[in-house]
Design a protein around this ligand. Structure first.
Ligand code: AMP
Ligand code: ZN
Length: 468
């Protein structure tokens, strides 16, 4: 089955052909660790996780590199404001980021290089750019990239370079397209940087944000690699500048496929730290939403579409997933029984094929989820007619586990430790009452459980407890 991906640089879907047969090199721009990631950031990271998991599902071996931006204008600004050394300040947010990745069930990157550990590589790369005439030193000792020297500048973001202001410089890490200018590779130390500087052939200073990703991607994935991703706001200037640096230094194409994730928005506006309209994963957990439901919300819209985030969607996702868990428990019971039934492998295979085809088509998640819901519906029909046998139930369960190797949202068992002790005790009391044929007490306890938000169903294997 051929895989098609939307390549931003071509503004079109293309067949995906890796450089090395079934091996894929994937570079994903990671978090700037000056604060907790918000769920807009996490949407971009989850998209990358789905991409990686899909490629693995389709038989590729993926090497993913996700950098940790621990040197930039923001980490330095905020660590100085907090009066905490940069390394300690960013460590807190690196740890929090890894907690988020675990909670959201990421298939973690093979390498998480931090900028602070790769200064040597960045200096080497800047030296090459200076030697080749693409970079120059300004009066304050900083090194700038001369965009006029790289004729392909603007090819990713499609910038019309006719009116570019040659020789105009910009020192900040982030800027808009209308201020396209020579950008900083090495920023000479100023008092505002405090203790944050490294020695270099150009005096003490620090690298610009863009050179970090060029140096680290090259180190771990080579001069040319398969896929580079990020959120849409990374396209300019960050990715444009990465192309300029890497291609000028190496003289070969930098990346074959560029992929960008659209924004997660709230009430029509991009979720961002500067607008203050953001939720972190912790905020949502405190509101009572579980991480599987949040992941479901983040994956359920196609990555090239804006995702309008609402708490209502989290609530619905929680219900949907609870429903799936009950379905899996029922399937497990049938699979563990000796019930005979029809062979349904043809139905399972056709849904698996639909899922696989949909994900191969630029991660078409709505079609893929339609296949998932479709198989659940078909199976439920067979359960209702009492013709789903042991083998068929096991086959369906396997199929859902396969779906989940990409989606990573399902719970296949009701988590025991999710049931409060008070509820377990009541259920035990009810069992005792039932054994003693005291059905009046048993019913009273059932009502009490209902008031507390729990339902209990009697099955041949004992009571099944679930949240209402
Ligand atoms: P940062 O930590 O600011 O470097 O951002 C990490 C990632 O989140 C980058 O790939 C950004 O493009 C992405 N990002 C930032 N805000 C949003 C948003 N509201 N929706 C989706 N992605 C975002
Ligand atoms: Zn980057």
């Amino acid at each position: 089955m051929s895989v098609r991906l939307y390549n931003t640089i071509k503004r079109a879907k293309e067949e995906f052909i890796p450089i090395d047969d079934k091996k894929v090199g994937l570079y994903t721009c990671g978090p700037t660790v000056y604060n907790y990631a918000h769920i807009g950031n996490l949407r971009s990271f989850v998209f990358e996780d789905i991409l990686k998991r899909t490629l693995k599902f389709l038989g590729y071996k993926v090497t993913q590199v996700m950098n940790l931006t621990d040197i930039d204008d923001k980490t330095i600004r905020d660590s100085i404001a907090a009066n905490i050394p940069l390394r300690d300040y960013t460590q807190k947010y690196k740890d929090a980021f890894f907690e988020d990745l675990d909670k959201l069930r990421f298939d973690k990157a093979e390498v998480f290089p931090a900028a602070t550990d790769h200064i040597k590589e960045m200096i080497e790369l800047i030296k090459t750019l200076v030697d080749k005439g693409y970079a120059y030193q300004s009066e304050d000792g900083s090194i700038y990239y001369s965009i006029a020297k790289f004729s392909a500048y603007g090819k990713l973001a499609r910038i019309d370079m006719k009116n570019q202001r040659s020789g105009v410089r910009i020192k900040t890490d982030e800027y808009e397209k209308d201020s396209v200018a020579d950008f900083a590779l090495w920023k000479a130390w100023t008092e505002g940087d405090g203790d944050n500087f490294w020695e270099s052939p150009w005096g003490k200073g620090r690298p610009g944000w863009h050179i970090e990703c060029s140096a680290m991607s090259m180190k771990y994935l080579g001069k040319t690699f398969d896929i580079h991703t990020g959120g849409v706001d990374n396209m300019f200037p960050h990715h444009e500048d990465e192309i300029a640096q890497s291609e000028a230094a190496n003289g070969v194409k930098f990346v074959n496929y560029w992929m960008h994730c659209e924004y997660l928005i709230v009430e029509g506006q991009k979720m961002s730290k500067s607008l203050g309209n953001f939720f972190t994963l912790r905020d949502l957990e405190e509101k009572g939403y579980n991480c599987n439901a949040i992941r479901w919300v983040l994956i359920s819209a196609h990555y090239r579409r804006t995702l309008n985030f609402t708490l209502e969607a989290c609530k619905q996702a929680q219900e949907t997933l609870k429903n799936f868990t009950s379905f899996f428990i029922r399937l497990k019971e049938i699979a563990d029984s000796d019930k005979k039934g029809d062979d349904i492998s043809a139905t399972v295979n056709s849904h698996m094929e639909k899922f696989s085809e949909a994900m191969s088509d630029d991660l078409n998640i709505s079609e893929a989820l339609a296949a998932v819901f479709g198989l659940q519906k078909e199976t439920n029909k067979l359960i209702a007619s009492n013709i789903l046998g042991q083998n068929a139930a096991a086959t369906v369960l396997d199929a859902f586990k396969k779906f989940d190797s990409v989606l990573a949202v399902f719970e296949f068992e009701q988590k025991g430790n999710d049931i409060p002790e008070e509820i377990t005790k009541l259920v035990e009391e009810r069992q005792t009452a039932r054994k003693n044929k005291d059905f009046a007490t048993s019913d009273i306890i059932r009502d009490r459980l209902k008031d507390l938000g729990w339902s209990v169903e009697d099955t041949p294997k004992g009571p099944r407890i679930s949240k209402i």
